[in-house]
Design a protein. Structure first.
Length: 569
């Protein structure tokens, strides 16, 4: 059955290809409008009949029929017809930042470029810069985007990789007595290029074959099966491990090799200690690994941190501090409702937040400049604040709970915040984020952020680089200058917990902590279920060593109100 996102993606791609092939403008607009409106629909589209579909804004009788066709057949004939006359490489060009249907049409029809390889060659020899409507900057941007896409090939985001790993795990359990997930998944890496599994054997090494598993004979060995699973492009490796060595080997294959290379005061590597430590039957994996670290001479280091970056320095400084967990969090900040581009009402978002056991919800809909996301005009801000006052009376009857009045204010091109000061002053807190003019060099991007951070109304710096994992690199910034500026101005930095972002990058958390900058794990939720993305944010935060006492939304309702009150003064 097609999900809502499958349906929307199909319609969006159809609209792009219709434009690419110079089809009727009205038809293109019909598909584009439908995709925009359906993306915001809360219920299950596959459960609706023809009449119910036509009641959705932007969905007429023709589009309702197309949706029913997708639900019943799993595909759309209009799209299939377009795909048959469009080279696969041309479709891949839509992944390039800054290339829309019009520019792709020029590259394909006028230059005969129909794949990414030819596009790269044309950029490298300067051909693109000579085409009308492109120029040197566009050529440079395309080349940069191509290189980024190449570097991300064969990878999955943390959320997708974890789901696929669980599916493969269930399949492997049919062939092996004991199988465990290891490697990047156990370390909760933000992107994953290899799914690693440990499978036990007793007497002889297995010769694994199973439906859906495609072995790569060249890279496999008697001890490791390597290949792919079904049509997924990500690498899969199954390491055969003797049952009595599973605890040791799980420790070894979880860690990055740079973590294992670390040597103690006696000059012995962690890898050596990990393999040689005698572990008795009945130990849990954590207790076994605790024994390994104890023998090595350091406190236990959680799997997420075993990256070989700075974890050994961190453990010396913070061994008495508690890392942040989901249970540490007392509130959910940076969320969107139907006031802007969210899928659930303010009351629905608040009620579900309370049901999850949190003490407060920070609503931070888009500001007025974000017209693409139905940003709030000043009259809408006043309307929302009035509703918040009413809901706070209703929701705090049985136990303390409060909706905090926030906004995700666009950082404008000159670094100013959206809205005049008198409107900014009406909010409890402000998340300042960049959403437009993303093609900045490091100096320009840093200057823009610094000016926003220095604004006395800024409470939290939202997704500092604007990156989208595996699809958009994000604008370059001077991390130290930005973090130092947050330290000087008492501004919190967001760890955007969406698995698409995970921005601030975990590698800069330690520097933020050293500068005494608090971090806030925000889901950027556009629907109620989006709150659960905070699990990804917590994983990234723990990887970077974020402690509970430096987590902004680990403050209780009383504490955060006191903090915001002091900041307003």
């Amino acid at each position: 059955m097609m999900s809502n996102s499958d349906i929307v993606d199909t319609i969006e791609l159809t609209a792009k290809l219709l434009e690419l092939h110079n089809e009727d403008e009205f038809r293109i607009k019909t598909y584009t409008n439908a995709a925009y409106n359906l993306d915001k629909y809360v219920g299950e589209l596959s459960q609706l009949d023809f009449t119910q579909l036509t009641q959705i804004q932007g969905v007429g009788k023709m589009m309702a029929g197309k949706i029913l066709e997708m639900v019943s057949t799993g595909q759309l004939r209009d799209l299939q017809d377009l795909l048959t006359k469009t080279p696969e490489g041309v479709i891949e060009m839509f992944k390039i930042k800054g290339l829309g249907a019009k520019k792709i049409k020029v590259l394909w029809n006028e230059l005969g470029i129909d794949n990414l390889n030819e596009l790269q060659i044309a950029c490298e020899n300067g051909s693109i810069s000579k085409v009308k409507g492109f120029g040197g900057k566009t050529q440079e941007s395309i080349l940069e985007s191509l290189k980024f896409i190449q570097s991300q090939a064969g990878k999955l985001r943390m959320d997708k990789a974890a789901i696929l790993a669980e599916i493969i795990l269930e399949e492997l359990k049919k062939s092996f007595n004991k199988v465990e997930i290891s490697g990047q998944i156990r370390r909760k890496s933000e992107t994953v290029d290899t799914l690693t599994f440990l499978a036990t054997y007793t007497d002889s090494l297995p010769d694994f074959t199973a439906e859906g598993f495609i072995k790569d004979e060249k890279t496999s060995s008697p001890f490791v099966w390597r290949g792919k699973f079904l049509e997924n492009k990500i690498n899969v490796e199954i390491r055969y491990v003797a049952e009595n060595e599973l605890l040791n080997k799980q420790f070894v294959y979880t860690a990055n090799e740079n973590h294992l290379k670390h040597r103690n005061e006696s000059g012995v590597s962690l890898l050596s200690v990990g393999l040689s430590t005698s572990l008795t039957d009945g130990l849990t994996q954590e207790s076994a690994e605790t024994a390994i670290y104890e023998k090595f001479g350091v406190p236990y280091i959680i799997p997420e941190m075993r990256e070989g970056v700075n974890e050994f320095d961190w453990i010396k400084k913070n061994k008495n501090e508690d890392l942040v967990t989901w249970d540490s969090l007392k509130g959910i900040l940076h969320n969107h409702s139907t006031y802007s581009d969210g899928q659930h009402s303010l009351e629905q978002m608040a009620t579900y937040c309370k049901e999850l056991g949190f003490e407060y919800l920070g609503i931070a809909d888009h500001s007025q400049s974000a017209t693409y996301a139905s940003g709030l005009l000043i009259t809408k801000v006043q309307q929302q604040h009035a509703e918040i006052e009413q809901l706070n009376k209703k929701l705090s009857v049985d136990r303390p709970f409060k909706i905090l009045k926030g906004i995700e204010s666009d950082i404008l091109g000159d670094g100013l915040l959206d809205y005049p000061d008198e409107v900014l002053a009406s909010f409890d807190y402000i998340v300042a984020s960049v959403h437009s003019n993303l093609t900045m060099n490091q100096a320009r991007a840093t200057e823009r952020l610094v000016r926003a951070i220095e604004n006395p109304y800024t409470t939290i710096l939202g997704h500092p680089t604007g990156r989208l994992l595996l699809s958009r690199q994000g604008y370059p910034i001077d991390y130290k200058e930005v973090i130092d500026c947050c330290a000087a101005n008492g501004v919190v930095i967001e760890i955007n917990a969406s698995p698409y972002r995970l921005d601030l990058d975990w590698r800069w958390i330690e520097y933020a902590l050293d500068r005494n900058v608090m971090l806030s794990i925000n889901p950027d939720a556009h629907e109620m279920q989006g709150y659960h993305d905070m699990h990804y944010g917590v994983a990234a935060a723990r990887k970077g060593g974020l402690t509970k006492n430096m987590t902004f939304n680990a403050l209780s309702l009383v504490e955060i109100e006191e903090y915001l009150g002091r900041r307003k003064k």
